[in-house]
Each structure stands twice: as structure tokens, then as C-alpha cells.
Design a protein around this ligand. Structure first.
Ligand code: ADP
Length: 409
């Protein structure tokens, strides 16, 4: 795949292109124009090319035909105002990355402030002595130069961002496609393995039976991983619709527990449930919330040693009122503090502390859980202590209970 490199310098504000030193002076007073032109031409360390215009229209014509990057413009022009000229330039030349400096009458600070808010790089009041005017003009030209560099850098960043977004979408589509392509032969392989397991093509020896069971388990694990990849790309590209109906969270939790019970029992883990009896029904996508609980409970099982304990509690949050709070605590290996800020990131795995079951995931389970909870406008957080265990807390708002909905959000 082609390497992507953004042509943006993050150190300093110079964008790498040589400075354009063409300045356009716009004023209907030839004497004032002369003052500006001579001051610019006498600048000690910069050689400016100076153009002149007496009206707004002449200024626009020059801006469109010449490569100008700084405009010094009087606020009062015969056919327009400096502010209107700035606005016209933004409209007619949206890609122009130059700057304007406004010359205002004494006492027009309001106008000057408005011009700065509208995007001018600086302003110079009229009525200064020639030497004061000269030094203000040089300061303003420096500010305009910085202003241009910032605008160019913002433009580069916006382009780089757009390109990154495009690449990201491309990778997401690639994941999705590959996952789909692999799932078809994988499903077929599992089916053939099941036929062997069920003795449909002859009786197997105990040893062969054992190998076939392991092959089936590997197929199931791979299928689960590809499903996670597909889910993740659907969530990231906003293509996971929620089917919300008013339903009982207690039943949803039961479903997740029943699915995991065999694994929990096989690992001799004690599961305690403290689900409040007065839990109200509320609007949710039950299947998706069950998936969140299955991911968190699955991790608690995976990262808790045999003989450990998992506590599942759910109640209406006394602190938050109209919110449901579900927490899943385990007495497992815990998560080191330095990993906690990234634990919900895509493909993030801590890489130690579990047992052989740890390799079963891809580091997508918590990302998917977080995305689904956030699609329900809820929150998920984790507290953990190495060697003592982890607690994941999910809070879901009980909103809009009167309506069922199918939403794309
Ligand atoms: P995976 O599918 O790899 O488990 P997850 O996104 O579900 O991915 O979890 C990311 C990582 O967070 C895991 O690899 C593990 O290191 C850590 N983790 C998640 N839950 C727990 C837990 N209950 N106890 C300890 N570590 C956990």
C-alpha cells in the first residue's frame, strides 16, 4: 500500500514556500498611497513589490490577475468599504490565502475590532506621524506574514486530515471486505468438520474426535474475530442501525449470563448477581446491549483465574436519577494504570496477566462495547487494580420510553 505523508511542518509556522512579497495598497488618496509605497520600498530588510489601486473594483481586478498576498486597504473607499472589500475577496476568491491590513480613521476602534474578527491580520489608525506610521506599517506587514503562514498551515492540515480520513475509510472497507470473503469458506470448513464430528462420514477414533473438536473450536474463534472486525467497521462508518424498543434490562442481562454460564462454570468462577427487582423497562436495542454485557462479562471470565469471583449488579442510579447503572466486577488480574486510558481503543491489548484464553480476542471487544453504549447516549468506565481486579461501570439514560424506534444514530 502506498505510504501517506502529509506535507505539513508542525515546527514553526513557515510552510516551506518562499514568502510572496507583493503588497497591494488600496486608497483613493494618491498622497497617502505615495506614503505607503515609499515606506514599503524603503523597508530595510524586505524587498516588496508594491501595486496600487484607487477603488475597490480596481483592487479586485488586480487581486484576480496578480499574485498578491498582502493588501493594505483604507476603510473608506469611493465605491465600497475596506470591510466589504474583505468580504468580497473571501466570496470571490475562497482559495486566496493572503491577508488584509485595514487603515482606519482615528477613533474607529470599533470598526478595527470588527475587521479583526472578520479576518483582517491587523489595522493601522490614520493620523500617526510619518515615523510612527512607518513602524506600524512594518509591524503590520510582519503580522500579515505570520497570519498567511498560519492560514497556509491550517489549509495543509485540513488537506492532510481529509486524506487521512479517506485512507481510514479505505482501510475500514478493506477490513470489512476481507472479513466477509474469509467467512464464507470458514463457515463451509466448520460445516464439514461438524459432519465428521457427528459421524456422518464414518466413525472416528477418540483421538480423531479430539482433533476435530479442536478444529471446530478454532473455526468458532476465527468466526468470532471476523464478526468483531465487521462490527467494528460498521460502527466506525456509522452503518450500525439501532433497533430500539422498550424492554427489560433484567432479561437482557439474563440472556448474556446464560450464554456465558458454561464457560464461567468450566473455570469454577463464582458469579454473584445483584440485580434490583424494581428495574423499569426502557428504550434500548436489547440485542446490542446484550452484546456489550457479553463482551464485558466475557473479559471478566477470561481475565479471572479459576476459583475467582465475578459480581454483576444493576440498579437505577441514585446519584443520577433517570439512569440505569450496571457494573461488572471481577477478582481477576487487573489492568496496570498506564494502560487504562487506552483500554477502549481499537485493537488495544494489554498483553499480560490473563491465561491461555487471553489470545482469543483481537482487542476490539471494549471498542465495540463503548461505541454501542455511546450510541445509546450512555457512558462506560473502568476502575482497576493490578492483582485485585477490575470493575466496568455502564450507565444508560432512560430516555423517550414512550416510543419504539429504528435509528441509524
Ligand atoms: P480482547 O478481545 O483482546 O479481550 P478487549 O477490547 O475486550 O479485547 O479488551 C482489551 C484489553 O483490555 C484486553 O486484551 C485485556 O488486556 C484488557 N482487559 C479487558 N477486560 C479486562 C478485565 N476484566 N481484566 C483484565 N484485563 C482486561
Amino acid at each position: 500500500m502506498a505510504q501517506f505523508s502529509a506535507a505539513v511542518s508542525l515546527n514553526g509556522l513557515e510552510s516551506g514556500t518562499p514568502e510572496n512579497r507583493t503588497v497591494l495598497v488600496v486608497d483613493d488618496d494618491p498622497a497617502f498611497r505615495y506614503l505607503c509605497v515609499s515606506a514599503l520600498q524603503e523597508a530595510a530588510d524586505v524587498e516588496y513589490e508594491v501595486l496600487e489601486a484607487g477603488t475597490g473594483q480596481q483592487a479586485l481586478d488586480l487581486l484576480m490577475s496578480r499574485n498578491v498576498d498582502k493588501v493594505l486597504v483604507d476603510y473608506d473607499l469611493p465605491d465600497t468599504t475596506g470591510a466589504k472589500l474583505m468580504h468580497d475577496v473571501q466570496q470571490m476568491m475562497p482559495g486566496w490565502l493572503g491577508s488584509m491590513v485595514l487603515i482606519t480613521a482615528v477613533g474607529s476602534e470599533e470598526i478595527a475590532a470588527e475587521a479583526l474578527r472578520a479576518g483582517a491580520a491587523d489595522y493601522i489608525p490614520k493620523g500617526l506621524s510619518p515615523s510612527e506610521f512607518r513602524s506600524s506599517l512594518y509591524d503590520s506587514m510582519e503580522k500579515a506574514k505570520l497570519h498567511n503562514a498560519i492560514r497556509r498551515q491550517n489549509e495543509d492540515l485540513a488537506n492532510a486530515n481529509q486524506e487521512l480520513q479517506r485512507r481510514n475509510d479505505e482501510i475500514a472497507r478493506f477490513y470489512h471486505r476481507v472479513s466477509h470473503e474469509v467467512k464464507t469458506p470458514l463457515t463451509a470448513a466448520r460445516m464439514f468438520m461438524s459432519m465428521l464430528h457427528e459421524g456422518l462420514v464414518g466413525k472416528l477414533t477418540a483421538e480423531q474426535e479430539d482433533v476435530v473438536v479442536q478444529a471446530i473450536e478454532s473455526c468458532d474463534q476465527l468466526t468470532e474475530q471476523f464478526n468483531d472486525l465487521i462490527e467494528c467497521t460498521r460502527l466506525e462508518t456509522g452503518k450500525l442501525p439501532l433497533r430500539k424498543t422498550v424492554q427489560s434490562l433484567t432479561r437482557v442481562l439474563q440472556r448474556s449470563v446464560i450464554a456465558l454460564k458454561p464457560t464461567i462454570e468450566a473455570r469454577s468462577i463464582r458469579l454473584e448477581q445483584c440485580v434490583a427487582s424494581d428495574m423499569p423497562d426502557f428504550l434500548m436495542d436489547g440485542g446490542r446491549i446484550a452484546q456489550v454485557m457479553a463482551n464485558i462479562l466475557g473479559n471478566a471470565t477470561k481475565f479471572t483465574a479459576p476459583g475467582g469471583r465475578i459480581v454483576l449488579s444493576a440498579n437505577v442510579s441514585s446519584a443520577l436519577g433517570n439512569w440505569i447503572e450496571v457494573s461488572i466486577s471481577d477478582s481477576g488480574c487487573g489492568i496496570p494504570p498506564k494502560h487504562l486510558p487506552n483500554i477502549f481503543d481499537r485493537l488495544y491489548q494489554v498483553g499480560s496477566g490473563g491465561d491461555s484464553l487471553q489470545g482469543a480476542g483481537l482487542g476490539l471487544g471494549l471498542t465495540i462495547a463503548k461505541e454501542i453504549v455511546e450510541l445509546h447516549r450512555g457512558t462506560i468506565e473502568v476502575n482497576s487494580e493490578v492483582g485485585k481486579g477490575s470493575t466496568f461501570t455502564i450507565r444508560l439514560p432512560m430516555i423517550d420510553n414512550n416510543q419504539s424506534e429504528v435509528s441509524e444514530d
